[in-house]
Design a protein around this ligand. Structure first.
Ligand code: AMP
Length: 400
């Protein structure tokens, strides 16, 4: 059982409900939404509120606006949500301004209103209590369903919870699901448990690696971060990504893994190129033969075959970080193949991080994965064993 107050645990029927969502979706240059997974993921909580006769106020940020600009408007989100739900969605012209207040006041049961981009208000990222109070005054109930921002103490995520008494604030279904999956991974994974990590830097995942090491049976390290590990055991990595100051740390992780009996796998071959571009010539070489001045930009075919063998008996797989520079076609094969191989196992597969979710989507494997997290930073912090500031106020309080 979860120790977080669920939306199902509190009385919401007929009330005005404020739902903090994470509608921070990717858009192309024409502002078309290119992936609406975060919007679709919010629908179960919204529907539950509507079915309970609530008036629903939705709030989210989108991008990192420096000032109020139509480029960062939530209008495309409101339109997409309306289409997905087959229902009108009212858009306020601001966050706590006159238009927002008027529309909140007029909102009827089972209607949906969406406020403008929360980050149009400077106080949002400063966890400003005045902004939080204004937002809180709009509703009787506060629901947090924005997993992707729960690692941030922002006004609509953290400060706002101070203005709702116990029994008036809770987590939405998406947030509960995200927390549950991460908790199960850390506390009771089915074994063998294999972690597959990649991405650019060791530094970004060092804490997660350290926390995971005693818990996993096998660890696969790919992507740019693999080169600091390869360097630490004496390979000449050419111009590949290196974090010099973490070489010792990398060596220690490998040593600790050995002590704990964790099998750690590094790439055995790579796709090397002199520059990181689609036009660049490439060579498929073993990690012992990286040409002088060239860099490793993807794991090679022998490595993915090895990794396939390593995950074949897995019961649980956690994957965070691409195996190469997947944004460039030439260097995307390692990541795409890894996605296919993980999808083909019978393991519970949990995908964390926006880039990794992107790889899985490009590979066409979304439906094959058990769970794809909607939050990169937040899911990493959970794996690191941290308490998220947005989740802490929603924990069930011990009886006094
Ligand atoms: P992260 O945010 O740390 O998960 O890193 C994701 C980024 O790592 C992606 O944008 C990839 O292009 C990049 N990446 C993966 N492999 C490499 C590599 N071998 N060299 C440089 N960048 C890489």
């Amino acid at each position: 059982m979860s120790d977080i107050v669920s939306i199902k645990d509190i009385e919401i029927a007929g009330k005005k409900v404020f739902i903090r969502c994470d509608f921070n979706v990717p858009q192309d240059e024409f502002l078309n939404i290119t992936d609406d997974r975060r919007i679709r993921s919010a629908i179960p909580t919204i529907r539950y509120c509507l079915d309970n006769g609530c008036s629903v106020i939705l709030a989210s940020h989108l991008g990192r606006p420096k000032e109020i600009s139509s480029k960062y408007s939530l209008e495309p989100v409101a339109k997409r949500l309306a289409r997905l739900m087959n229902k009108d969605v009212i858009l306020a012209k601001n966050v706590i301004g006159e238009d927002a207040k008027k529309k909140v006041g007029e909102l009827k049961p089972t209607e949906i209103l969406i406020l403008e981009n929360l980050r149009f208000e400077k106080g949002e990222t400063k966890n400003d209590e005045n902004l939080a109070k204004e937002l809180a005054s709009m509703a009787e109930i506060y629901i947090n369903d924005a997993f992707g921002v729960c690692h941030r103490a922002h006004a609509s995520v953290e400060a706002i919870t101070k203005f709702f008494a116990e029994g008036k604030k809770a987590a939405g279904f998406l947030l509960l699901k995200e927390i549950e999956f991460s908790k199960n991974l850390i506390k009771r994974p089915s074994r063998p448990f294999v972690a597959v990590v990649g991405g650019s830097k060791v530094s970004g995942k060092l804490q997660a690696l350290t926390n995971l090491l005693p818990r996993v049976d096998k660890l696969i390290i790919g992507g740019g971060m693999a080169f600091t590990f390869l360097k630490s055991i004496g390979f000449d990595i050419g111009n590949s990504l290196l974090e010099e100051e973490l070489i010792d740390e990398a060596k220690q992780i490998l040593r600790k893994g050995k002590e704990l009996g964790v099998k750690i796998y590094l790439p055995v071959d790579i796709v090397a190129a002199p520059t990181c571009s689609q036009e660049s010539p490439v060579q498929y070489v073993s990690v012992q033969e990286i040409p002088n001045g060239w860099m490793g930009l993807d794991v090679g075919p022998a490595s993915v075959t090895l990794f396939k063998e390593v995950i074949a008996d897995a019961q649980t797989i956690w994957w965070n970080g691409p195996m190469g520079v997947f944004e460039i076609d030439k260097f995307s094969k390692g990541s795409i193949k890894m996605s296919h191989y993980i999808a083909d196992t019978h393991a519970t597969s949990v995908i964390g991080g926006g880039d990794t979710a992107d790889v899985v989507a490009r590979a066409g494997d979304v439906d094959e994965m058990t769970f794809i997290s909607t939050g990169g930073g937040a899911s990493l912090e959970l794996i690191e064993g941290k308490e998220l500031p947005g989740v802490k106020p929603l924990r069930i309080k011990e009886e006094q």
